[in-house]
Design a protein around this ligand. Structure first.
Ligand code: NOJ
Ligand code: CA
Length: 698
């Protein structure tokens, strides 16, 4: 009965206005198609120039934001597709629906757009077909290419995709380089005209780095002189190479440059196929980009039937020990200081059980760490054999008795063949033990040689692992991953990933770690792609086991990250000894992990941002606000709170004299009763932050 009314309710809200207009355009071929978003603010014009070359431009509220930009492809052993095209027909449909997130930033997502499919044909003897499909939303656009089955194109090799984005001014850009292997770089902020990728600025200490061009990785975010925010990315990256964007400083032009492989080709594929969506998110406020659901909307609905085993969770584990080198704790059993022991894991399980953390991750449990960075890494790691001091079965038994979920760890060291050979045994073991989550890792140069982390070969590998995991009821948290492109909608076991400079850099990098501004840029760039396993929550800011390293924020800033950084997996990574006796740890115990609502209250990229989220299934709200090295004072309007309730608010804030470097651990906890009519003044010190929990008064 209850379920029925829920379904009815759903159907009545899914107002699908499907208007299909097939415009068969006769001999007087048109060479221009106009389309717009449901609210009319975003307008796109597709046009064929005199030479039959396909182009498009984008307007927002009547002003051009993308000037005439061309589309096309280059192939191996075949002429490019770039001109000589005619429009065969145009299909238009208008869609408005609401779908439910399995887990996410909010319960329901509105998916409302105009779709226009433009079927193109070559008018020369090659007679090839290529369609361009646009979806125009209120918060931006997506477009992709479709190559139908056809007589003159079957198995093809794409040497490059030439999709242009011609910008209309010298915008301010937040970017990382177009590295083919790793996204773990600090963001730079420059004008488009000054965006120069100097490779030596981006030496990475953990992974292979290959930065061939003056290109950036996506999402890349910009602010125009008119104060508009734009972000460029891709959605549904499937059986294709990741896209970087080549930057022309003089023409203010971005052009797609796909990640390659040893034979210099970019994509090997057979018709019929579609490319990933090329996306442009548009916001009048910086926070609009975070609230936009364009990337997941451009992916297909959930394909997993049984999702009962998919569960957002907070977790802790044996991890930071190794990164800070505590008592030279090591992944490697033979070091004499092996961290992943049965006994230490049981301590972690106890700690998780008594602190509302559902999961425990253990790294260094399996054999192979002795040689994990050697050149010949195939056949080294074993994903089913524990070291002698780690009793996997006993650990799992103990965890179950305490209601704690174990999180498996598979560091592949990028020896992909070795991993693929063991997928069956490794995932069958997890299934047998009832382990529903794995953290994977791909440190190092990809073997086979000549492949890159972000090329088609690896895109397909990551997908293969995700699907294999789903069959074994396992959620995947990939490190050194391919970027998120909204696949989480289709396969919600894609629970989180790294793909940025995470907390770990603060433990060992020689460049001073992540600067205070880092997490004021990440929400507007990397986070637009999807959930991040950043591992916030370090309390021992000065890292006592590392003389030359520290975290460059206050403790209050670390707490705020549990709300600011979106992820259905959030770690409490610091050592137990560093949490003990800290009243601020209560916020990590309390904070939600899955949300029914998310709102960005304020923010400027690289300066500060404040986000509030309502916990799914409860009436609890949580607020997180972080600032860069300049700090930020603000007044928060609490009108987001439920109007009919009073809340016990616990405010975890920087002490007046706190400072990310000089006094990072000074915080104050304040309790207040507040309602939606109240205002809250926040004073974030340099590198500071504020976290607030709001529980309804019973
Ligand atoms: C790099 C990952 O980002 C980190 O979290 C992990 O501990 C190491 N690789 C070892 O797998
Ligand atoms: Ca990493």
């Amino acid at each position: 009965m209850k379920i029925n009314s829920r379904i009815n309710d759903l159907f009545s809200r899914v107002a699908i206005a499907l208007l299909l207009i097939m415009l068969m355009i006769g001999c007087s071929k048109t060479d221009e198609v106009k389309m717009k978003s449901p609210d009319g603010n975003v307008e796109v014009e597709f046009l064929l120039k005199k030479d039959g070359s396909p182009n498009y431009l984008v307007m927002y509220k009547g002003s051009k934001i993308i000037d005439t930009s061309s589309l096309g492809f280059e192939f191996r052993d075949m002429p490019p597709i770039k001109d000589n095209l005619v429009i065969d027909n145009v299909e238009v449909s208008n869609i408005s629906e609401i779908w439910q997130m399995v887990w996410g930033e909010q319960s329901e997502v509105e998916n409302n757009y105009q779709e226009v499919k433009i079927n193109l044909a070559e008018k020369n003897e090659s007679d090839r077909l290529m369609n361009v499909i646009f979806k125009i939303y209120n918060d931006g656009i997506g477009f992709r290419y479709e190559f139908p089955e056809q007589k003159n194109m079957n198995d093809i090799v794409i040497m490059d995709e030439n999709t242009q984005f011609k910008l209309t001014g010298d915008h301010k850009v937040w970017w990382i380089p177009g590295d083919w292997d790793i996204y773990e770089h600090l963001y730079k902020t420059t004008l488009l005209s000054e965006l120069k990728v100097n490779v030596t600025d981006f030496d990475n200490q953990l992974a292979q780095t290959y930065i061939p061009y003056n290109a950036v990785n996506t999402p890349v975010t910009m602010k125009t002189d008119d104060g508009l925010y734009l972000s460029f990315h891709e959605a549904n990256l499937t059986n294709y190479s990741g896209m970087t964007l080549l930057v022309d400083n003089e023409k203010f032009m971005l052009q797609s440059e796909l990640v390659g492989s040893a034979d210099e080709s970019k994509v090997k594929i057979t018709t019929p196929f579609v490319t990933p969506w090329r996306t442009i998110q548009i916001g009048e406020k910086a926070g609009d980009l975070i609230e936009s659901k364009l990337i997941v909307n451009l992916n297909e609905p959930n394909k997993l039937e049984d999702i009962s085993w998919i569960q957002p969770m907070k977790y802790t584990g044996i991890w930071w020990d190794m990164h800070v080198g505590r008592m030279s704790a090591s992944w490697d059993y033979n070091s004499g200081n092996h961290a992943a022991t049965t006994e230490y894991t049981k301590q972690m399980i106890d700690f998780a059980a008594s602190n509302n953390l559902m999961g425990v991750l253990v790294e260094g449990w399996n054999t192979g760490w002795e040689d994990w960075t050697s050149a010949e890494r195939e056949g080294i790691f074993d994903f089913v054999t524990p070291y002698p001091d780690y009793d996997l079965e006993e650990v799992v038994r103990y965890a179950k008795s305490k209601g704690v979920e174990m999180i498996m760890h598979h560091e592949t060291s990028a020896a992909v063949t070795t991993y693929e050979q063991q997928l069956d045994t490794a995932y069958s073991l997890m299934k047998r033990l009832g382990i529903h989550a794995v953290k994977t890792g791909y440190v190092g140069t990809i073997i086979p040689k000549g492949e890159y982390h972000h090329g088609q070969f690896m895109v397909n590998h990551y997908r293969k692992v995700l699907l294999h995991a789903a069959e074994h009821q396992v959620m995947v948290n990939a490190h050194e991953p391919i970027k998120a492109t909204g696949i989480r909608r289709t396969y919600p076991n894609a629970i989180a990933r790294e793909g940025l400079r995470g907390q770990e850099f603060n433990a060992w990098s020689a460049d001073g770690g992540n600067p205070p501004e880092h997490l004021t840029i990440v929400p507007f760039t990397r986070m637009l792609a999807g959930p991040i396993d950043f591992t916030p929550g370090i309390f021992d800011i000065k890292i006592k086991y590392r003389e030359n390293n520290q975290v460059n924020t206050t403790i209050a800033h670390q707490l705020a990250l549990y709300v600011v950084i979106y992820s259905p997996l959030q770690m409490a990574p610091d050592l137990i000894e560093n949490y003990e006796g800290h009243p601020a740890f209560q916020f990590i115990r309390d904070v939600g992990i899955d949300w029914s609502e998310t709102k960005v209250l304020n923010g400027e990229i690289g300066d500060y941002v404040t986000i509030v989220r309502k916990e799914k299934g409860t009436d609890n709200w949580f607020l997180g606000s972080v600032a860069d090295e300049n700090g930020k004072s603000m007044e928060i309007d609490l009108s987001f709170l439920d109007a009919d309730k009073k809340y016990n608010a616990t405010i975890y804030k920087d002490a007046d004299d706190a400072h990310w470097n000089d006094n990072p651990t000074a915080y104050v906890i304040e309790n207040k009763v507040l309602t939606s009519e109240d205002k809250l003044s926040l004073n974030l010190v340099p590198g500071g932050g504020c976290a607030v929990s709001f529980f309804p008064v019973k």
